[in-house]
Structure formats: C-alpha cells, structure tokens
Design a binder for this molecule. Structure first.
Ligand code: HEM
Length: 464
C-alpha cells in the first residue's frame, strides 16, 4: 500500500468509509484532491480505490493504457444482477466480444430508412403531440421524456414501440427507475460492503434485484417470441441480429454468443439508454425555464435556420451553433453521471506514474472534468459560451467527457447525441417553456441517485 497514490489516513477495517459517509460524492472527491492531488487512494474497507480527479487525470488515466484499465468491477451487487454477462458488467474476452458485436448491430440498425435517426424523429413527434395535448396547462415532463426515450431503445432492441398506457411498458420503466434509485443510495453501499448479511435482510436491495428480474423475464419472453416467429432474412432489431449469429454457430464451432449474453446485452442497452438521456433532457427543459433569455436565443436560431416545419435531422446541428452549444452545456452542467463507473486493472500497469497491480479498482470522477476550473471559465454556471468562440461558432472542448473515455467509453454516445439534439430542438421550436402560474423559484440543485436528477417540477409548454 506504500506504493499506492497518497490519500486520507484509513481507519482499521472500515478504511475511509466513515469519512466518506459510505458514498463517493463528486464534491467531496474534488475537495480531497485539493489536499492529496489529482490521483489519490481511498480505502473501501480493506480494498484500495484509486480516484482520478480533474480533466487531465481522468483523460490520461483512462486513455494512456486503455486496455489495462478496461475491466469492470464485479462487485457483489453487479455480480448478482448480470453475473458478468452482457456488455456493461462484463470483463475481458467476453466483454470485448459482446461490445464489438453490440456496436456492429447498432451500426447496422442505423442504416436504411428505418434507421435509428428515423426512430428518434418518430418518438420526438409523439412527444410533441403529448406536450400539445396539455394545451399549455402545467405538466411534469419527466414521464413523457422517459417514455419517449425508452421507446427509442425498445424499438431498437425489441423491434416495436409501446403505447403510453401499456402495462408491461409501465412495469419496465418502474423497474428501471427502482434500479437507478437504489444505485446511488446508502443501501447500495451497505450491500456492496456486507452482502452476506444484507442477503438475509429485507430492504431496498431486494426491490432492486426483483426489478432487475422484471427486466430479465420480459427480455427472455421477447427472445422466445422472436424465436417462435423465426429470424427474418433481413433482421429488424437487435434480438434478430443476435439470434442470427447464435444460429450461425450451431454448426458445432464454439461461439461467444448465447442467450444469456443476449438477454444481458439487451438489458444493458435498455438501462444505459433510457434513464440517462431522458434525465439530461429533463434538466435541459428546467434550465430553459430558469434562463428564459437563453431559451429565446435558441428559438430565434431554430426558427431562422430550420423554419417552423422542416423535419429536424442530427446533421442540422452544424447549422445551429448556439443550440448545439446549449445542448452541450446542458450535459456539462447537469453532469448526470457524476462520479463514473468503476474500472478494474486487468493486468499489472502504471497509472500516472504509480504502479498498480492486477485487480486494482480505478474510479474516474467524471464530474471533476466537467467542472474543472482549469478547463472552464465559469464551471459552476450555466454558460453556453463554454462551447462558442468569439464569432459564435461552435467549439468542441477536450474536457467535455460526459460519456467517459478510453476503451469503455459509452457505447450509445452517438445515439444519445442524436436524441438530445432532435428532441431538444423539436421541443424548443414548438413550445415556449414557462413556470406554472404562482411558482416563483426554480431549484437547479440535484437529487443524488445513480444519476443526478432534478427535483420534480412542472412546466407550461405554450405552443408558439
Ligand atoms: C446522455 C446520455 C448518456 C450518458 C451521459 C452516458 C454515459 C455513460 C458512461 C459515463 C458510461 C461508462 C463508461 C466507462 O466505463 O467509463 C457509459 C457506459 C455505457 N453506456 Fe452510456 N450514456 C448515455 C447514453 C447511452 C445510450 C443511449 C446507450 C444505449 C444505446 C448507452 C449504453 C451504454 C453501455 C452499453 C455502456 C457500457 C459500455 C461498456 O462497459 O463497454 N448509453 N455510458
């Protein structure tokens, strides 16, 4: 342990858990970095966790030897859920194969008329109808957003979208919400620390596991239905493509593709692709209410460049630099992932000058890159200027890492960016968002769950 990066002094048995209040909070990690440096060690009981803080440490730590830090921590909670199968919670050869194959399928599904962009445009149209049906009366946008974004991923993986009143769909969304809520809670840390005790006790961990089971059994039923109807010559969704690959391997050759990996990959895409993007949009609408002058500038740009009826495509972002900058700033400022997902060193390696042994846990504090005072002029303010040059052109920023970096960078980044642009531009072009009558203040502080959520709020979407 003397060769590990420095850090606060751990207590016997519990390590730094009491100082951390059993949680890895982005601001506390940033504070500790001021004393201990941008790479430091915290002890989770007797297990060291290497924290990367600030843009340079996060970027270099994840990309200098990207293969070495590409493992996923198979903690007791993750192990019970996915058993190392699928994409998000797999490591080593299985992860590589599932990830590569998953990306190939998404690329194939992106092509052609019924491609991903078309699905997103379709869902944006349904969302506009839902907002319009409120006729300017106050609405809580969280469910319609969650519904629409989840439907994009349902169309991708299952091949169809759900009507808003569908009972199964509600069950899937509730289950997803339960898993995300549990992820950021004290109950989650207790489970990771004392799994053998918690397994015998009732509590929120049981609800999280049964929620995962809801997703699992629904997915298995969908796989059965696909098998019963047969695999079409031109696969139409993720399950079709995957089953075709399983079928190919029936000639006796050993294959990396089986039904367990398929089911967990589908759940990963559903979990990874629903709550994240919809929460970002949920923040986006709140910021537009909080900063009406920014909202107005976006609307003026959209109207001047895209008109009032043109179908909005992802490519259009290049023509509307201010809107594009606002969407990037929504992602930066809302910082929904907060502290990223832990990685594991799959072999002996060196991280920013420190030797680390195989199995060491590395935690990149993504928030610290998005809020790094050395990278952003006003990191704790909502300022689209962070992504604009003096002539109003859009500029990319290196420290903008909401999707993380390295070999395990978010697999759905392209889809998420497409969704954010198409949904946000459509909504702002069609409606002006205002606070409900009598509401004077907007709370932009986050609620800490697995992702950072806005406090519940209601807006009036006034047709333009
Ligand atoms: C605004 C939206 C999103 C954000 C901010 C986001 C962010 C992230 C982050 C930070 C990771 C962890 C990367 C790491 O280990 O360092 C991740 C992983 C992942 N995301 Fe996303 N994501 C978003 C949307 C999506 C979408 C739409 C999908 C599905 C199509 C998706 C699927 C995944 C998957 C499968 C992984 C696991 C990758 C792996 O372990 O190899 N995400 N995402």
């Amino acid at each position: 342990s003397k060769r590990l990066p420095p850090g606060p002094v751990p207590l016997p048995l519990v390590g730094n858990l009491l100082q951390m209040k059993f949680q890895f909070h982005r601001d506390l990690l940033m504070k500790l970095a001021k004393t201990h440096g941008d790479i430091f060690t915290l002890w989770f009981g007797r297990t060291p966790i290497i924290i990367l803080n600030g843009f340079h440490a996060v970027k270099d730590g994840l990309t200098t030897h990207p293969e070495d830090v590409s493992g996923r921590l198979l903690s007791p909670f993750f192990k019970t859920m996915a058993k190392g199968k699928g994409i998000m919670l797999a490591t080593g050869r299985n992860w590589k194969q599932q990830r590569r194959f998953g990306m190939m399928i998404l690329r194939n599904l992106g092509m052609g008329k019924k491609g991903l962009e078309y699905r997103v445009q379709e869902e944006a149209r349904h969302l506009l109808e839902c907002f319009a049906s409120m006729k300017g009366k106050p609405l809580d946008p969280s469910f319609p957003l969650f519904h629409s974004i989840s439907n994009v991923i349902c169309a991708v993986v299952f091949g169809y979208r759900f009507p808003s009143e569908d009972e199964n769909f509600h069950k899937l969304l509730k289950a997803t919400e339960n898993i995300f809520r549990f992820g950021g809670s004290l109950g989650y840390s207790l489970y990771e620390f004392f799994p053998w005790i918690m397994d015998h006790l009732p509590g929120p961990h049981k609800k999280a596991f049964s929620s995962y089971e809801v997703l699992n059994s629904f997915t298995r039923k969908e796989i059965r239905k696909h098998l019963e109807r047969g695999i079409p010559d031109n696969p139409e969704d993720f399950i079709d493509y995957y089953l075709a690959e399983i079928e190919k391997a029936k000639d006796g050759t050993k294959s990396a593709y089986d039904e367990d990996n398929l089911a967990h990959s589908v759940i990963d895409l559903f979990l990874g692709g629903s709550e994240t993007t919809s929460t970002t949009l949920h923040w986006g609408l709140l910021y537009m209410v909080a900063y009406p002058d920014i909202q107005e500038k976006v609307q003026q740009e959209l109207e001047a460049v895209l008109g009032s009826s043109q179908l909005i495509c992802y490519e259009d972002r290049r023509k509307v630099p201010y809107t594009n900058a606002v969407i990037h700033e929504i992602q930066r400022f809302s910082n929904i992932i907060s502290v990223g997902m832990p990685r594991i060193c799959v072999r002996k390696t060196e991280l920013l000058g420190f030797p680390l042994s195989k199995g060491t846990i590395v935690l990149p504090n993504i928030a610290s890159s998005l809020y790094d005072p050395k990278q952003w002029n006003s990191p704790r303010q909502f300022n689209p200027g962070h992504f604009l040059d003096k002539d109003g052109n859009f500029v990319n920023q290196e420290a903008f890492l909401p999707f993380s970096a390295g070999h395990r960078v978010c697999l759905g980044e392209n889809l998420a960016r497409t969704e954010l642009f198409i949904f946000f531009s459509n909504l702002l072009r069609a409606f002006t968002l205002r606070l409900a009558e009598g509401v004077k203040q907007v709370n932009i502080e986050p609620v800490f769950t697995s992702t950072l959520q806005p406090h519940p709020y209601r807006v009036c979407a006034i047709p333009r």
